[in-house]
Design a protein. Structure first.
Length: 88
């Protein structure tokens, strides 16, 4: 599946960029930036939204021993995803 995101705020912390543009993605991999939508692509208007790399939380602790509330990997993963964290 090819997705073409238009009018997106593109944030790349590594490159230090924060600008508006378009992004073409196929099967989770970036194919092109600021180009036209390929034939057959699903076009998504991102006006007012931003696209950024996934956030990795290397300090997460799931089900902290001794705590009264013990979360599961599922509940922790859902909470992380809701906050934009893609890897815990």
């Amino acid at each position: 599946m090819i997705l073409h995101f238009t009018n997106a705020r593109l944030i790349d912390p590594e490159a230090g960029t924060d600008e508006t543009g378009s992004l073409t993605v196929k099967d989770g991999l970036i194919l092109a930036r600021d180009g036209k939508a390929p034939k057959g692509a699903t076009v998504i208007d991102c006006s007012g939204k931003c696209l950024a790399p996934g956030i990795v939380d290397i300090g997460v602790k799931i089900g902290e021993p001794g705590e009264r509330h013990r979360e599961s990997f599922r509940s922790a993963g859902l909470a992380a995803a809701a906050g934009g964290v893609t890897t815990i």
